[in-house]
Design a binder for this molecule. Sequence first.
Ligand code: PLP
Length: 475
Amino acid sequence: MAPAILQLEADASSQNYVAAKQLAQSDSPSLLHRSLLEKPHRVTRASGSYLYLEDGRKILDACGGAAVAIIGHGNAEVAQAALDQMRQVSYVHTLSYTTDSAENLARSVLKPDDSGFDHGLVKAFFVGSGSEANDAAMKCARQYWYEKGQTQRRYFVSRLQGYHGNTIGAMSVSTMVGRKIPYQDILLPHVSHVSAADAYHGLKDGETEEEFTQRLISEIDAEFLRLGPENIISFMAETVVGAASGTMTAPKGYWSAVRDLCSQYGILLHLDEIMCGMGRTGTMFAFEQEGIQPDIVTIGKGLGGGYSPIAAMLINSTIVDSLRKGTSAFNHGQTYQAHPVSCATALAVQNILRRDGLLERVRCLGSKLHDMLSTTFAGCDYVGDIRGRGLFWSLEFMENKAQKSPFPREFHFGPRVQQAAFDMGVAIYPGSGAIDGLNGDHVIFAPPYTTTEEELEVAVSNVKKAYEEVVASYF
Ligand code: PLP
């Protein structure tokens, strides 16, 4: 079989022409990018809130990649921590060894934040990505029941409009339909999805927020009973939904009612805070603001702030005790888990977060970002919703605001706004057709916590211009 590049070149008269040309022109034809049609921008330097491209452009990173770069780019302290760790202990296998960097990072992420909230989590397990963290958590939850002799528990209940990762396990509980296309029939069979806690789309005419919450909770209750609570491993959801729904917070009372329901039936509550955790919403964990203690939490993105590939599963003492009384080992492991350099860089990021009072900064700048978005987009005919918390905000676009009917999926309103903003020098995160069955478009702002008010103003005003450009191209 011809190498991919030759096949594409041979196919140059077809629709692959652009891909062939771009790949042929690329000086890295060996790297498989997500898209075979589009050549990504080559970044040659990154510093603070800015990315510097090979073609000379300077981009304001108003989404931290994908809500990752919480302390901005190119931090010298973090680089030094990585270098020191590489010199000291670059790698050990966790089957027999541990390191100061892994132990200290675990202590750091489990330490309560400035609010002193008791989250009840007692142990951390570090892996390389959010998807891996969720797979580890799904396996750990299953093992918890196995150790208790409840091997009939096979079901995971999660929600529509949620995203938990790209591995087979994490994708099975996700519902971003576009990402599942070739894999749908090989995903885990024992997964069920209940409605998203999405008041913007889900609230019925005349329904109060409290009634909406009650309806969602009744649906979960009914689903638990349909499956048989004794057959369910965990309820798994994002506390504030990220990419799949556009910074969607749950209605009042939802999370405490979910916690009560899970406790009532003895079902584990696993909150995925890979995108919304590590201070993104203004507290270390988003669930603190809901006043609940989950059994399992997964974190990622902001943990290493993009300086190293690292994510974690955090578990409470109930789970630890069950493992200890059972086989006394979590039956899961990976070569690069708790990697010393990844842990050292994440620890440096977390130390900066606490030392520089960045949670307080998120709360303060977050409220300013909210004000800016509300003022700038007030009265815009095609901005249906402005929602979020902390430094995690979205605009959702609607062709008809009153009827809440979105733009046609094929138009890709969200990605067009993202592209137009990028052309003006501002990076935001797009979502299009990601909202299952609702065909919606949104864009996400998730800037570094170190960003400035002036940078937020530049980001918001350029996104407004980008929005106007896209509206003009549609009508
Ligand atoms: N969970 C959530 C909520 C996410 O937003 C993501 C990534 O976007 C993941 C899990 C998967 O993380 P990763 O891409 O690091 O595997």
